[in-house]
Write a protein that binds this ligand. Structure first.
Ligand code: CAA
Length: 303
């Protein structure tokens, strides 16, 4: 996996990924299965990766297993991890949009792939362990959710930093219907997002909930449109806005907000203050505050 590669190899691979990502606006796809080691972005079979936005500084990842309603099999998630790692290392990209189709963001982990697994297999092999790699992406991820976001699909959506939904979005943790429970955050992130009672009801009954409920309960930022493409376009706009800021302060803001989930308030406030102080060592702080004083637009250099 990426973290285990030698630094020389990692540099070479990162350079090759950067060169691929630096090409003109494109849709990357081929028939060859992507390895877990996150190499060439052109080998994806279950996701599409585009560079979008006026300044070509936003990556758009589209889950692309339409016949299986974007069920998250191992290959798809390895490709997603590979794409996320490549984009995270690409200094020209400021934010990521993750989406599915009009019908499904993702209908969960691939039930057909896992139905015959034994305890010894899943425990020994850390089944779904690689899903946690999403948590180490430092660039902001905006999820644009239409259609089904069930089970692992709901969990993947909750791994995003900002969620926008179409009015047809359907969320849920139906694993209880399969004789299991959520395995990648459905009992944890959902509880933090919508509270114990609602999370208990969703997880224990397996009932789905609507985009409006998700919005009313604070799981998504807002319901954007009845039309999937309009939700994606709005997510790209949000991503472009974020990409126009200084990358270091954006990275620090994401780190600080995520720390709020892990730390008690006093430690969180100290952590926030340290990051705030740290940003005074950046050129972007001088530029941002200087531009305000000079009544001009800031030109951030991400340094
Ligand atoms: N895994 C594998 N295949 C899936 C799938 C999944 N999670 N969800 C849908 N599919 C497949 C179906 O098997 C079907 O394939 P075939 O045409 O080859 O039969 C195709 O996608 C279309 O699905 P349906 O015909 O069922 O479509 P529908 O419109 O009638 O129903 C649905 C849509 C309500 C989403 C239904 O497909 C469904 O209930 N899917 C399963 C949802 C689920 O239980 N998700 C949780 C998975 S477990 C998990 O995610 C664990 C975890 O926490 C990590």
């Amino acid at each position: 996996m990426l973290v285990q590669r030698s630094s020389t190899m990692a540099r070479t691979m990162a350079a090759s990924r950067r060169s691929l990502l630096a090409q003109a606006p494109r849709r990357l796809q081929s028939t060859e299965a992507a390895p877990a080691t996150a190499t060439a972005t052109s080998s994806y079979t279950s996701i599409l990766v585009d560079t979008v936005g006026k300044n070509k500084d936003v990556s758009l990842i589209t889950l692309n297993r339409p016949k299986a309603l974007n069920a998250l099999n191992s290959n798809l998630f390895h490709e997603l991890n590979a794409a996320m790692a490549a984009i995270d290392a690409d200094t020209s990209i400021g934010a990521i949009v993750l989406t599915g189709s009009e019908r499904a963001f993702a209908a969960g982990a691939d039930i057909k792939e896992m139905k015959d697994k034994q305890f010894a297999d899943v425990y020994r092999d850390q089944f779904l362990g690689h899903w946690s790699k999403m948590n180490s992406v430092r660039k902001p991820i905006i999820g644009a959710v239409s259609g089904y976001a069930l089970g692992g699909g709901c969990e993947l959506a909750m791994m995003c930093d900002i969620l926008l939904a179409s009015s047809n979005a359907v969320f849920g943790q139906p694993e209880i219907n399969l004789g299991v429970i959520a395995g990648s955050g459905g009992t944890q992130r959902l509880t933090k997002a919508i509270g114990k009672s609602r999370s208990m009801e969703i997880n224990l009954t397996g009932r789905n909930f609507s985009a409006k409920e998700a919005s009313d309960w604070g799981l998504v930022s807002r319901v954007v449109s009845d039309v999937h493409q309009e939700t994606v376009d709005e997510a790209v706009k949000v991503a472009e806005k974020i990409a126009s800021k200084g990358r270091l302060s954006v990275q620090a803001a994401k780190e600080a907000i995520n720390a709020a989930y892990e730390l008690p308030l006093s430690a969180g406030l100290t952590f926030e203050r340290r990051l705030f102080h740290m940003l005074f060592a950046t050129a972007d702080q001088k530029e941002g505050m200087g531009a305000f004083a000079e009544k001009r637009k800031a030109n951030f250099t991400h340094r």
